[in-house]
Design a protein around this ligand. Structure first.
Ligand SMILES: Nc1ncnc2c1ncn2[C@@H]1O[C@H](COP(=O)(O)OP(=O)(O)OP(=O)(O)O)[C@@H](O)[C@H]1O
Length: 221
């Protein structure tokens, strides 16, 4: 399974934000997208998540162009930077991630998946609490839990470690490593040290262009 991005270009009005991005992502790898504020990192993720309509091609191993929203959500999950203020309980909120997988009511597998991610992200005790009364860090963990519950082949994360203390930053990245085997994980991340230590590949963007990319082996040389 791979995801290929070919000649990706994106403009907001007349302003060019992404300029001729060409990349190939492979299954089993975690990719860090690095770069300064305004470099185009979120725009890049939103382009893959089909939230924006860029020029160029995004080629998935199978044709995803004509998928319904629900079918698309079984393949690609996207964690945005926007914090959710829902009054749903943590459990209900994380169950939303399972929505593409069931018709009317959650099945046993959906419930088990939600319980597993809640356990993994240390949110079990909070599962009945409304999301909007959690701390910023807990809310971020719940948002990540929802994405993980979605159980997609491609996971796109826009600064998943925002609001988290270093213990949780590392735990979450390590957990992503545990599940990466049959997935493509692409994450915008601000902490360059975390990126170089825990991600397989890194891609630097500047003014909408790739200015550098590499992998773990190059870092350790
Ligand atoms: N809706 C919009 N309309 C116009 N310009 C936008 C819009 N959204 C983003 N931009 C501009 O596009 C550029 C790239 O934004 P983007 O959010 O992709 O950057 P980023 O690398 O993710 O930055 P950050 O690290 O601050 O999140 C910025 O100059 C931003 O001001």
């Amino acid at each position: 399974m791979s995801l290929i991005v070919k000649n990706l270009n994106f403009k907001y009005k007349e302003k060019e934000i992404l300029k001729d991005i060409n990349l190939e992502f492979q299954k089993g790898k975690m990719y860090a997208i690095l770069g300064r504020n305004g470099a185009g990192k979120s725009t890049f993720l939103k382009s893959i998540a089909k939230i924006l309509k860029p020029k160029g091609e995004i080629i998935f191993y199978e044709n995803i162009d004509n998928l319904s929203v629900k079918e698309f959500a079984k393949k690609i999950a996207f964690l945005s930077q926007i914090q959710n203020n829902s009054s749903l309980s943590v459990y209900e909120f994380v169950m939303l991630g399972r929505k593409p997988h069931f018709r009317f009511l959650p099945k046993l597998t959906d419930k088990k998946t939600v319980e597993r991610v809640l356990e993994k992200l240390n949110l079990k005790e909070k599962k009945k609490i409304p999301l909007n009364s959690l701390s910023g860090g807990e809310r971020q963990r719940a948002a990540i839990a929802r994405i993980l519950a979605q159980n997609t082949e491609v996971i796109l994360l826009d600064e998943p470690t925002n609001n988290l203390d270093i213990k949780y930053q590392i735990e979450i990245i390590k957990f992503l490593r545990e599940i990466k085997e049959d997935k493509i994980i692409i994450s915008v991340i601000h902490d360059i040290n975390l990126a170089l230590k825990y991600f397989d590949e890194y891609i630097f963007l500047k003014n909408g262009k790739i200015i550098n990319k590499g992998n773990q082996e190059m870092v350790n040389e």
